[in-house]
Design a binder for this molecule. Structure first.
Ligand code: IPM
Ligand code: MG
Length: 358
């Protein structure tokens, strides 16, 4: 059956990088037998500009009807002074919550060709392959109560809540253990159980889930230590499972181990495996429109989509091999460029990947 893919370019470099990923999708449809049709929608600042809201109702509806969603990035300085409810980020959080995309998979894989682009020593990052499983629809990002209030003294007080139910912890735990079963069978659950009650519950539930996966080794780590260990000896990790905001922070850190945040894709899945795929980087307003952005994270997001939502792992292999080939050829966007390599812009990188697929 023809799969429906919803494409949401969003803002800033989102527009440019998604265009390159669409070239790859186009080649997959035209030359590799992918049975899919593409539809476009508005989100973030683009949604606000056109419809007055970062998540137009039509976009959510399109998302419900799609088999998979490809998203660029949202946000930009132009929107920073808007009411919080109208900001682009709210559109992204809204579609994650609205479609119940609770499981965010963020692989941090080092391409051997980029070992020198990492800020860490090559021997520390060589062969790095970590999967961060970030809970995406709960925790500190969504917890109630939240707000800013004015105290009788006139002083203002701001607050957010890190909230998880047992079932929310259990379902993200199962995703992490299932993934670990297909990898090196190690799960590290990251929390702050020495301080936070919610983390104590998180640890208890993870221990329960682990009983169903006797082959998987479960360890626990406080988030501050996890940040340190990621920088010190990242290869000790296989699968990391963690709370929404902890995962936001640790995945940015992990991305840098691989040389550039411009390389890392992500998948956000619901309980049926339907997913939204996006690079983990933002809209990079400083380079938006200049044709400098690295489209590889978005192209690799297409590959995750093929694997997790479109049941075409064979084509995911084609895309990943093409990216590897382009890196072998020494083709680099500015973020991963080093002496002796061929520096290219966004569109040339996309074209190079399409050419390498053939
Ligand atoms: C991410 C981003 C988002 C997040 C922002 C843009 C709301 O940083 O996907 O990691 O915090 O989840
Ligand atoms: Mg982030």
């Amino acid at each position: 059956m023809t799969k429906k893919i919803l494409v949401l370019p969003g803002d800033g470099i989102g527009v440019e990088i998604v265009a390159e990923a669409e070239k790859v999708l186009g080649a997959l449809v035209n030359d590799f037998g992918l049975d899919a049709e593409i539809e476009h929608g508005l989100i973030g600042g683009a949604g606000y500009d056109a419809e007055g809201t970062p998540l137009p109702a039509k976009t959510l509806e399109q998302g419900r009807n799609a088999d998979a969603i490809l998203l660029g990035a949202v946000g930009g300085p132009k929107y920073d002074t808007l009411d919080r409810a109208l900001r682009p980020e709210k559109g992204l959080l809204g579609i994650r919550a609205g479609l119940e995309l609770f499981a965010n998979l963020r692989p941090a894989i080092l391409y051997p060709q980029l070992a020198s682009a990492s800020s860490l020593k090559p021997e520390i990052v060589a062969g790095l392959d970590i999967m961060i499983v970030r809970e995406l629809t709960g925790g500190l990002y969504f917890g109630e109560p939240r707000g800013v209030e004015t105290l009788p003294s006139g002083e203002r007080r701001g607050y957010n809540s890190m909230v998880y139910t047992e079932s929310e912890i259990e379902r993200i735990g199962r995703v992490a253990f299932d993934i670990a079963m297909k990898r090196n069978k190690q799960v590290c659950s990251v929390e702050k159980a020495n301080v936070l009650e919610v983390s104590g519950l998180w640890r208890e539930v993870m221990l329960d889930v682990a009983k169903d996966y006797p082959e998987v080794e479960l360890t626990h780590m406080y988030v501050d230590n996890a940040a340190m260990q990621l920088a010190k000896w990242p290869k000790q990790f296989d699968v990391i499972v963690t709370e929404n905001m902890f995962g936001d922070i640790l995945s940015d850190l992990a991305s840098m181990l691989t040389g550039s945040i411009g390389m890392l894709p992500s998948a956000s899945l619901d309980k049926h495996g339907k997913g939204m795929y996006e690079p983990i980087h933002g809209s990079a307003p400083d380079i938006a429109g200049l044709g400098l952005a690295n489209p590889l994270a978005t192209i690799l997001s297409v590959s995750m989509m093929l694997r997790y939502s479109l049941e075409r792992a064979d084509l995911a292999d084609v895309v990943e091999a093409a990216v590897g080939k382009v890196l072998d050829q020494g083709i680099r966007t500015a973020d991963i460029w080093s002496e002796g390599m061929t520096r290219v812009g966004t569109a040339e990188m996309g074209d190079a990947v399409v050419a390498a697929m053939k």
